[in-house]
Design a protein around this ligand. Structure first.
Ligand code: PPS
Length: 568
């Protein structure tokens, strides 16, 4: 591969043109970009997504979904689409210019809408992600977060989204190309990551660079990664610590504001194209690259080497040479990392899996120096104190009258008796009085209500408190959205209060079932409105035959088993 030093096209207009466009944009229909769209727009504008000139048109989208190609035939595996609400799309004619704003309302770009269409999301899921399965984070996003209408058209960039963190480590493709040229780095191996680096990664990246006789760039994703990943602030502090372990002047670190899709093979090809734009000549593709985890049947979405295969097939067109990941393991007798396939029988090979690492962090156990650098472990421990000191959310869900509130109250009191962490109860009725008094019981309103509860619970959890929620929360997708919000900052414990409807109706503590049967209350859960049962809650309790104390105690035992509290 030859060097990639020449500048690539950006979509920014000149400062004068930007000034006048900004003026005009005040009168244009205006779209507030989602966090993912902001990431996409940044890479569109700075050339990271070259050759794209804007959000995909319908013809480009069809080509990308069907065979990974834009309408002009060039390779592009990932739909970069501007999904919007029906309300915004209504009455928006092709030919209209729209202003694209960040979440504070700053105008970042103007897009000339050429296409507007309603995508077939199931087809997109099947073709791009390999299955229309909500266990895939991007498929879940597609169905439950992305708007129903897509807009396409060229983008004129006015300004880049602002970042206040790690500014010195954020570089555009052209900044990197210019830097490599200046440093005389003709060959650059790029390592993509969304995880902290440990010794094995340091070894393999350094080996990869040495074998390719190239320099190395650690290029972690700091935009959006898989829900539940270590936050990027912690990771960047870890990367900075590892940077000191490479011979000086061989290696650099730059942050990429990409929103990952976890699309395995297609994602690997996409990453390659993005890295070529950033001046890479070589790209490391590992086992299960950008893998999303297990599908709803408990199997991997992609084969472990599918990504390498697809990358290899398109290597020439991508314009970046693949360095396939050597699986490095620690050989105790020789006290060093070596590629697994070069090790003779009879030696002692040590390994700590990701799950085991998380357990040790959670429980405050030893993490040996052969596995990771002490500086990295220190950062990780700072970010993730033992579970018994972290915040968490207990989320009760169940029919009206199932016993949620009563058990939740008992649990609250027991936890307060134990002390140590502040406890907040977000009971269904109480929330509706204080936070959601204007809402009714349509699906839309119930979803807003639950997301509000989820937001408050996630803030409490992040800050080390205990949130106990007890709404009906009848929809699976909404409960999952809350889980994702909360898990960014601590554990989420879903308790299905599975008391059958017959028993709830027999109790009819508030007299509501009677009114619902008489049709005097509409959209009543379980009678005239749906309740989607949780498939795999952390715990299920049925209060038909057990008393409140017993039910609350079962929850406490579950919390103890998960390491969240210590029972004496
Ligand atoms: S939801 O679906 O999660 O937003 O519901 P939630 O906020 O938990 O509110 C449930 C309480 O509101 C009363 N109520 C109804 N419930 C269900 N359906 C209808 N149509 C309805 N109308 C009023 C009821 O008292 C619920 O309280 P709980 O504690 O569940 O009995």
């Amino acid at each position: 591969m030859t060097e990639n030093h020449n500048p690539i096209p950006e979509l920014y207009v000149s400062p004068e043109a930007a000034e006048s466009l900004k003026h005009d944009a005040g009168n244009m229909p205006s779209w507030d970009l989602s966090p993912r769209q902001i990431c996409d727009l940044e890479l569109l504008m700075n050339g990271g997504f070259n050759p794209l000139k804007g959000f995909l048109t319908e013809a480009d989208y069809d080509g990308v979904v069907e065979n990974m190609r834009l309408a002009d035939g060039s390779l592009w595996p990932m739909p970069i689409t501007l999904d919007v609400s029906e309300k915004f799309a209504e009455g928006l004619e092709p030919g209209t210019d729209i202003a694209l704003r960040d979440q504070e309302g700053v105008i970042l770009a103007v897009m000339s809408v050429t296409d507007k269409w309603v995508p077939n999301k199931s087809r997109e899921a099947e073709k791009v992600f390999g299955a229309d399965d909500l266990a895939h984070p991007a498929v879940n996003y597609l169905h439950n977060q992305a708007g129903p209408v897509y807009l396409g058209g060229p983008v004129k960039g006015l300004q880049s989204p602002t970042h206040y963190d790690f500014r010195g480590r954020r570089n555009t493709p052209n900044e990197l190309r210019a830097m490599f040229k200046k440093l005389g780095w003709r060959k650059v191996v790029v390592f993509q990551t969304r995880n902290p680096l440990h010794r094995a990664h340091q070894e393999l990246t350094f080996r990869a660079a040495r074998e390719a006789q190239a320099n190395l760039m650690i290029h972690p994703v700091v935009g959006m990664t898989k829900p539940g990943d270590v936050d990027h602030f912690t990771r960047v502090r870890c990367y900075e610590a590892v940077l000191d372990k490479y011979p000086s002047s061989t290696t650099t670190l730059s942050l990429l504001n990409l929103a990952m899709r976890m699309a395995g093979p297609r994602e690997a090809v996409w990453h390659g194209l993005i890295r070529r734009n950033h001046g890479a000549t070589h790209f490391i593709v590992g086992r299960d690259h950008a893998g999303p985890g297990k599908n709803s049947a408990g199997e991997d979405f992609y084969g472990p080497y599918d990504a390498q295969e697809m990358f290899r097939e398109h290597e020439d067109e991508i314009g970046v040479k693949m360095v396939d990941f050597k699986h490095m393991v620690y050989v105790q007798e020789r006290a060093q990392y070596e590629p697994a396939d070069e090790i003779e029988e009879g030696v002692t090979v040590l390994n700590i899996s990701g799950t085991e690492l998380r357990r040790r962090l959670r429980e405050g156990l030893d993490i040996p120096e052969w596995f990771s650098f002490p500086e990295v472990v220190k950062e990780l421990r700072r970010n993730s104190p033992p579970r018994a000191q972290q915040g968490f959310t207990v989320f009760f869900t169940g029919l009206s009258g199932s016993g949620k509130s009563t058990v939740a109250n008992a649990l609250m009191v027991k936890l307060m008796e134990m002390g140590g962490r502040p406890v907040t109860l977000l009971d269904g009725d109480v929330v509706r009085k204080h936070l959601s008094s204007e809402l009714g019981f349509s699906k839309e309103h119930r979803d807003i209500n639950i997301k509000r509860i989820g937001y408050v619970a996630s803030e409490i959890t992040k800050n080390g408190g205990i949130a106990i929620c007890a709404p009906i929360a009848p929809y699976t997708a909404t409960r999952r959205a809350v889980r994702e919000m909360v898990e960014a900052g601590g554990a989420f414990v879903e308790i299905h209060v599975a008391t059958p409807i017959e028993e709830c109706e027999r109790r009819d503590r508030k007299g509501l079932y009677k009114l619902a049967r008489e049709g005097k209350i509409k959209e009543f859960t379980g009678i005239s409105d749906p309740y989607e049962e949780p498939q795999s809650p952390e715990l299920r309790v049925d209060t038909t035959d057990i008393d409140v104390d017993n039910a609350a105690h079962q929850v406490l035992l579950k919390l103890e088993q998960m390491g969240l509290i210590g029972l004496k």
